[in-house]
Design a protein around this ligand. Structure first.
Ligand code: 1PR
Length: 550
């Protein structure tokens, strides 16, 4: 052990690699503690990270014999920092898991956010502003900074303050929640400091260095403009595949066709090569991307899990990119070429261990929804969505939807959910439905997008990544009609995708729909605009965005 060793509880859930990478960036190494016997006695600084379900986490603590030793650790005055569910476990209980007793260090309960006027889970960048005047700068927290949250349950500020805790708060559409709490040797954040860019690393550093009130945070916040609330998220997406020379490249399609148009070769042109995945992800992080998504677009091919090229990309990216990483493509039950069966949950776990915060599921979601409807809308508990959501929390499961517009003369012409469109079809049709596809748009299915997303919400998905094949790569703006239709059908967050060609398209989708986030690919890859151009444009037009420098 060195003076720079941090003890971290390892309950074997979620993405611990990111925390380890953030600690490494700050000059600390990690001693993992899976049971109290792993060295809890000698720890002087302890981190308690966690994602997912309250009951699951507390049960895990009990099973490993942590409850009393942790209480004793806290009573001894040694420093502890809870992160996300690590904060929640300090409370007495949560309506998420009725009857399950938390550690009871903070005498208050957690309750679910009201989803009647907003998406739940609360996903994205929000504040953690210290409410006590004399505690400004607490562990580096700044009232004008934004931090990354993913949670559905919140603690009431009044109850925690009444119990004598210092509280930093955020506000989500009128509901105030505890973003961070502190009392004596206990500090905890509902947000993920390891995923909150520079602002989050500052908080982590202040805690590790025992800088209870950070002077630099106080000075930096003087005169700063404080804008409470959840920001609009801007996401950079990288479609990744092997090109014809065997190199792993970022590519980009036009309506999912990623090959250069070639007049000569009847076989089609080369796969478009727009750059190297890890370098491009880092560039977008530095430009202020709120999240980075990788999609392995040749995932329908079989390859042994350990050789999956995305794993290495994730490992490397998570060393330098401290915002959430999503990985999609190939999250399903697989059989390795040697006959080994690997469940979708195990595939996802491998990705989480390699640095992913969320997995995105495409084709398998459509197949699971088909079965769901064929079985009279019964949940089996066995689908990829259900198993991953149960183990890692809904927020870790994104559904990537690849719909195609199908025009019809009248709503009666199909059994599917139809919209009236302002963009008529080739024969003047003013009605359309959105047909789900699988295998990267190669195959259409008899399912509409609303059937898919509503089934996915029931299966425990936490977010919808809504592409549109007709719009992909066209630079003509997002499909606003599709996006609002899906937003109206679900209460989980939606990421608008496909068609972004300039900053104004982002403004348009945020102003004309209620989307939670918007994603761009080609316009960033081709260097036409930076992520920071989009954020600045949104900010100039009065939208709340995260400024990476704060
Ligand atoms: O089915 O679970 O194995 O996942 C495969 C994943 O790969 C799905 O998420 C699917 O969307 C994606 N995918 C498969 N083939 C392609 C392709 O392009 N040939 N890419 C593909 C999907 C769409 C977006 C794109 C936006 C924004 N890419 O992610 O980035 O449309 O683009 P733009 O801003 O340039 O318009 P599974």
């Amino acid at each position: 052990m060195t003076a720079n060793t941090v003890y971290v509880l390892d309950l074997e859930s979620g993405n611990l690699r990111s925390l380890q990478n953030a600690l490494a960036k700050l000059g600390y190494d990690v001693k993992w503690i899976k049971t109290p016997e792993d060295g809890l006695d000698e720890a002087q600084i302890l981190l308690f990270p966690g994602v997912g379900n309250f009951g699951h986490t507390v049960a895990n603590l009990r099973r490993r014999g942590f409850v009393e030793p942790l209480k004793a650790y806290i009573a001894s005055g040694r420093r502890i920092m809870g992160i996300c569910v690590g904060l929640q476990a300090l409370f007495t209980g949560s309506t998420e898991s009725p009857g399950v007793e938390g550690l009871g260090i903070i005498p208050a309960q957690l309750e679910k956010f009201d989803d009647s006027n907003k998406s739940v889970p609360h996903i994205g960048w929000n504040s953690a502003a210290v409410i006590d005047e004399d505690k400004q700068g607490l562990y580096g927290l700044r009232p004008d900074s934004k931090y990354y949250y993913v949670h559905s349950y919140r603690a009431s500020v009044a109850a925690v303050v009444a119990a004598g805790w210092t509280v930093a708060t955020g506000n989500y559409n009128g509901e105030e929640f505890v973003g961070a709490v502190c009392k004596d040797n206990v500090f905890a954040t509902q947000f993920h400091p390891e995923k909150s860019g520079v602002a989050g690393l500052k908080v982590l550093r202040a805690f590790l260095e025992g800088e209870v009130i950070s002077k630099s945070a106080v000075e930096a916040a003087v005169g700063a403009v404080v804008k409470p609330g959840l920001t609009k998220r801007v996401i950079a997406c990288l479609d990744v595949r092997t090109n014809d020379d065997g190199d792993l490249v970022v590519t980009k399609g036009d309506q999912y066709d990623v090959r250069e148009k070639s007049a000569t070769a009847s076989t089609g042109g080369q796969v478009r090569n727009l750059g190297k995945p890890v370098e491009m992800a880092e560039r977008y992080y530095l430009e202020g991307a709120d999240e980075v998504t990788f999609l392995n677009i040749t995932s329908f091919r079989n390859c042994p899990l350990v050789d999956t090229p995305m794993l290495e990309i994730l490992r490397k990216t998570s060393e330098t990119v401290f915002v959430p990483l999503t990985i999609g493509g190939g999250i399903r039950d697989i059989v390795d070429p040697d006959g080994t069966k690997i469940s979708a949950l195990d595939v996802a776990s491998t990705y989480f261990r390699s640095g992913a915060d969320k997995v995105s599921i495409g084709s398998d979601a459509v197949f699971a929804a088909e079965e769901f409807y064929a079985n009279g809308e019964k949940l089996t508990g066995k689908t990829a969505m259900e198993t991953i959501s149960r183990a890692y929390g809904a927020q870790a499961v994104v559904i990537s939807v690849d719909p195609k517009r199908v025009y019809v003369d009248s709503p009666d012409a199909t059994t599917h959910h139809v919209i009236k469109t302002a963009t008529p079809g080739p024969n003047g049709e003013v009605y359309a439905w959105y047909q789900c596809t699988v295998k990267g748009g190669r195959e259409t299915r008899d399912m509409d997008v609303i059937q898919l997303v509503t089934a996915m919400e029931k299966m425990g998905a936490g977010e919808i990544l809504l592409n549109c094949i007709n719009k992909d790569g066209t630079n003509s703006g997002f499909d606003l009609e599709l996006i609002q239709d899906v937003k109206d059908a679900v209460s989980i967050p939606v990421i608008a995708s496909s068609g972004a060609g300039k900053p104004d398209h982002f403004l348009e989708v945020f102003e004309k729909t209620t989307t939670d986030a918007a994603l761009g690919a080609g316009m960033f890859h081709r260097g036409e605009y930076k992520v920071s151009d989009v954020k600045q444009y949104l900010s100039e037009h009065g939208l709340l965005v995260r400024n990476e420098l704060e």
